[in-house]
Design a protein around this ligand. Structure first.
Ligand SMILES: Nc1ncnc2c1ncn2[C@@H]1O[C@H](COP(=O)(O)OP(=O)(O)OP(=O)(O)O)[C@@H](O)[C@H]1O
Length: 222
């Protein structure tokens, strides 16, 4: 369970998030919706421990995230959290395979063979054929499949996605949603920021954020 208690986040002394008590479970597709500037990305940065809270608590499975110092939080994040972004955040000069495994070079002096093998399996499963080709040579849909493989590499328990379907055609968007749901079915924590009706239609729980405040919470939308 992710639990948030009485959170305030201020940036440049402006209140950006003001959240009461929120609990979101593992094992379902959670969606955070809301207009531009509502604070959705800030919410993701807060629950992943990248942004300091002004006030409040974030617990992941009972672990109080901000009881960890910055370096421990960063280690916790690299072990436990996979991120997916609207604009992929892939490195153009690297191959598909290297983009997936690069993250592990920060925690291992040599990338273990099982992580390399897992990356190859994920890329194959997601239909990425020539894994040694540079990123620039892939279509947008393929890029998001590579980014998905990167997010799942190392098998993190938490998947956070920021508008993961926004720049994709319907077929690729549906593929991404299916994969997010499959991860939830495996018992992972999945939270997608999205206003895509395709994503919202498949959500088990939807939080609607406006001006940094949760306005509405619906369960079992799917
Ligand atoms: N580093 C920062 N310093 C000050 N204000 C910030 C900072 N980052 C974001 N903001 C402000 O916080 C508010 C929420 O931004 P955020 O990016 O979280 O919204 P969002 O809901 O994700 O928007 P969008 O859908 O357009 O991506 C906005 O008003 C933004 O200008």
């Amino acid at each position: 369970m992710l639990t948030l208690s009485n959170i305030t986040v201020e940036l440049d002394k402006q209140p950006i998030l003001s959240l009461g008590d929120i609990a979101l479970p593992y094992g379902q597709l959670n969606v955070l919706a809301g207009p531009s500037g509502a604070g959705k990305s800030t919410f993701l940065h807060t629950v992943s421990g990248q942004l300091k809270l002004t006030q409040g608590l974030v617990h992941w499975q009972g672990q109080s995230l901000f009881d960890l110092n910055e370096s421990a939080r960063s280690q916790w994040r690299s072990k436990n959290v996979g991120f997916i972004f609207q604009d992929f955040h892939l490195i153009p000069s690297l191959s598909a395979l290297d983009n997936v495994i690069l993250q592990h070079s920060f925690s291992h002096w040599r990338i273990p063979n099982e992580l390399r093998q897992q990356a190859l399996v994920l890329l194959k499963q997601f239909g990425v054929k020539d894994v040694h080709k540079n990123i620039g040579q892939f279509s947008r849909g393929e890029k998001q499949r590579i980014a998905l493989a990167r997010a799942l590499s190392g098998s993190p328990a938490i998947i956070l996605a920021d508008e993961p379907t926004a720049s994709l055609d319907k077929e690729n968007a549906e593929f991404v949603i299916q994969q997010l749901k499959a991860q939830a079915d495996l018992g992972k924590f999945v939270l997608a920021v999205s206003h895509d009706p395709l994503v919202i239609g498949q959500a088990s729980q939807i939080l609607y954020l406006e001006r940094g405040v949760i306005q509405d919470e619906s369960m079992d939308a799917a």
